[in-house]
Design a binder for this molecule. Structure first.
Ligand SMILES: [Mg+2]
Length: 429
């Protein structure tokens, strides 16, 4: 098994696109009061900054920290090229997020490719063709491959950066030594809550787990977790590579710098969500039949509503209409802190037989005179309008034309950071 993981992925892409950032402490994340670091360059990590850290704390640790808003579409371009390179090694790979993958190398035996050589070549191609650094781990199963790739990475020691070996192989005779010193928290699926439960039982290291039988563990952490933990303690991991898992949903989540008050404000924000999701769907040539709206309130309670249609949608007007109806079916009992819209149950666009026609009341030309002009009350095929807007954007830029809900004082704003929940809001209120 091989596990490959790109180093500081989002931050590295930003540095590639703007070389003046090289050598500086750079993060991608939300710079606002509720912002969170999504990816930190190694220079930033020297100050103790890491992903998932609130930006406020990161800035305290490193006052010169540069926090950039994310550009998901750019990362997806790199991610696709990363997956293409992996696919050349073996089609039997399982992507995890945008920047990690497991590869089952068993099929390479027949080609007599040595695993270490394959790993070095993979890392070399990622470096040469994408300009990105990565770490590769090899082991008998996912457990060891993942642990090994982690060990292959650069490390911060006393505020200085120590280069990693790049490729690490845990051979069979090294396995027990690796497990011996491994804390349970480093295991797959063991979060802080499980780790705390295990610690209460005096189980801090993986070697400690081997001393307890599975049924005792099950009593404390549930049967599924107990089974995995007992297996890991013996160095066993039966998870197979699930090749090229299909994307099952696309969505947009946003935590607001200032919580929204009232249904009108939520409906207005939802139009922007609909536009982001619609663009993502069209980018994948898909239409979605199921739409889910999730609202989280200031009192930390949440509510969600879902609707499945008989046909698929990939346009902002239709999606905003469905999402808006879902919002209106909710009782908004408090200020809205987070709003999410997810689309799922995909069909290929070409197989979506339903043609929708909307009455367009007024479409005024935008300030830059580049918009399509459509007469008042004229019926237009909505697909034609949507395709025209996409074409205008392709030719004249993403902000050349937009819906009224995307219009701000300084022109059309396009949300670029899809899934901004990983980043937090863009500005402080
Ligand atoms: Mg990574």
């Amino acid at each position: 098994m091989l596990h490959v993981d790109l180093d500081a992925f989002f931050a590295s892409v930003e540095i590639l696109d703007d070389p003046s950032l090289a050598g500086k402490p750079v993060c991608v994340g939300g710079a606002g009061a509720r912002g969170v670091i999504a990816s930190a360059s190694y220079e930033a990590r020297r100050y103790g900054v890491h992903s998932a850290m609130p930006s406020v704390i990161a800035l305290r640790m490193c006052p010169d920290l540069i926090i950039l808003p994310g550009r998901f579409e750019r990362y997806e371009v790199y991610s696709r090229r990363f997956h293409d390179i992996i696919n050349d090694l073996t089609p039997n790979y399982e992507p995890l997020g945008l920047d990690e993958a497991f590869c089952d190398l068993r099929s390479l035996r027949r080609l007599s490719v040595a695993p270490l050589e394959a790993a070095a070549r993979l890392r070399g191609r990622i470096g040469d063709e994408l300009g990105l650094l990565s770490g590769v781990g090899l082991g008998r199963n996912k457990l060891f491959a993942k642990l090994a790739s982690k060990r292959s990475k650069p490390r911060v020691v006393n505020g200085g950066l120590v280069e990693g070996p790049g490729v690490v192989w845990v051979s069979r005779d090294l396995e027990s030594a690796w497990l011996e010193e491994l804390p349970v928290r480093a295991l797959w699926g063991v979060g802080p809550a499980t780790a705390a439960k295990l610690e209460k039982l005096g189980l801090r290291y993986v070697r400690d787990l081997a001393l307890v039988d599975e049924s005792t563990l099950a009593h404390h952490v549930g049967p599924a977790m107990a089974a995995s933990l007992s297996a890991y303690a013996k160095g066993e991991d039966f998870r197979e590579v699930v090749a090229q898992r299909e994307v099952k949903s696309v969505g947009h989540d946003q935590t607001f710098a200032r919580s929204l008050e009232g249904v009108d404000a939520v409906l207005e924000a939802m139009k922007v969500h609909a536009a982001v999701v619609a663009r993502a769907l069209r980018g994948q040539s898909r239409v979605a039949r199921t739409f889910t709206v999730i609202v989280r309130f200031d009192d930390r309670t949440s509510v969600s509503r879902s609707q499945t249609l008989a046909f698929g949608l990939d346009d902002e007007v239709g999606i905003a209409a469905i999402a808006g109806a879902l919002v209106q079916s909710m009782e908004l009992h408090n200020l809205v802190r987070l709003l999410a819209l997810h689309a799922s149950s995909f069909l290929e666009r070409s197989r979506n037989a339903m043609q929708l026609t909307f009455a367009i009341d007024t479409v005024t030309p935008d300030t830059r005179n580049r918009a399509v002009e459509v007469g008042r009350d004229r019926q237009v095929g909505h697909e034609a309008l949507r395709d025209a807007v996409d074409e205008i954007r392709r030719r004249f830029g993403r902000t050349s034309v937009g819906t009224a809900s995307e219009l701000r004082e300084d022109g059309v704003t396009i949300v670029t950071q899809r899934g901004s929940h990983a980043f937090g809001p863009e500005q402080t209120p």
